[in-house]
Design a protein around this ligand. Sequence first.
Ligand SMILES: Cc1ncc(COP(=O)(O)O)c(C=O)c1O
Length: 380
Amino acid sequence: MIYFDNSATTKPYEEVLDSFVKVNREYYGNPSSLHHYGGKAEQLMTSARQQIADGLSVKPSEIIFTSGGTEGNNLAIKGAALEYKGRGNHMITSEIEHSSVQNSMKQLEEKWGFQVTRLPVDSNGMVCPDDLEKAITDKTILVSLIHVSNEVGTIQPIKEIGKMLKKYPKIIFHVDHVQGAGKVVLPLHDSGIDLCTFSAHKFHGLKGTGFLYKRSGIRLEPIFTGGNQEQTWRSGTENTGGIVAMAKAFRMIEENRVKKGHSLLKVREFLYHELENNDHIIVHTPKKAAPHIINFSVPGLKGEVLVHALEENGFMISTTSACSSKEKTPSQTLKAMGVSDEMALGAVRISLSYENTRTEAVQFLEALKEVIPRLKSVVR
Ligand SMILES: Cc1ncc(COP(=O)(O)O)c(C=O)c1O
């Protein structure tokens, strides 16, 4: 099988699995325990935190370990909204956010009386920074934007927006960097980011681990309360093995980005060019986008039919995002980009890792050449 579904999740690196097993076998103490086993676990966590912070050029105290992207987004958005509600009740986001952002916002609207502006996007899936600035009111307390779209790979102009937001010091800026981590560089300080979400299973770490960057001085109302771990921001016994494994994955994906980034780009360019020039296919991803995601439709075919047919040929791909791929409604992201319902229902996403090769891409294109006419003749 050839795995082209790396935006849904990635295969954990072998070294990551080894770390997880070793820590859980040998250093299983609770990091909060006073004895030697606890001390060792705490030490491992401290060095994992330092490694991650060094990788981002931030302070270790600015890293909060979480269970992943959904929790990070919930903690950032609900935590900031509830903490700063005395300043105002208005938040700004976009129409193409991951469901963990969309539904956090919706809950704050429905249960807590917040008001949310959802910015439209253009046909490339881009938010317009001017629209964002126009949406700001004296009640705005939070802007939350996705960096790299999980569905189409569009990269938002985060640095430009962060620079503009510096004029509004009352506003907290949160970025969902789950799909960008290890693929598209995002300098946190230079981009004026206050809160930034990461999820380990998207960069070859393990599911159930992640972290939230929280700039010093920003406060959050905790979502999990309990034993006051993670400097009180996130209670719950830390997943020491998962955290050590995540720090390793984070270092390795960065090394791969430097070493293999160019070859990933070449594979993506080749695939993009071939798909774009195939008369049966409409590519939804803009030409200039993240190096690992391409979203396209075959008019007349349903996305799920294409996914299953390609699976029979040895390829794992997705319809839209993994979280919503079992829903039969058209992708909100594609609809926001102006794609018709019919076309959006037919969309599929391929998402690459640094391990995928041009040979695999060639095999994929050959499979498509065989599958599309066959399916079309059945539909007809
Ligand atoms: C952009 C984005 N944000 C958040 C998440 C949620 O992350 P997790 O699966 O770690 O909860 C995902 C997962 O697909 C995502 O793509």
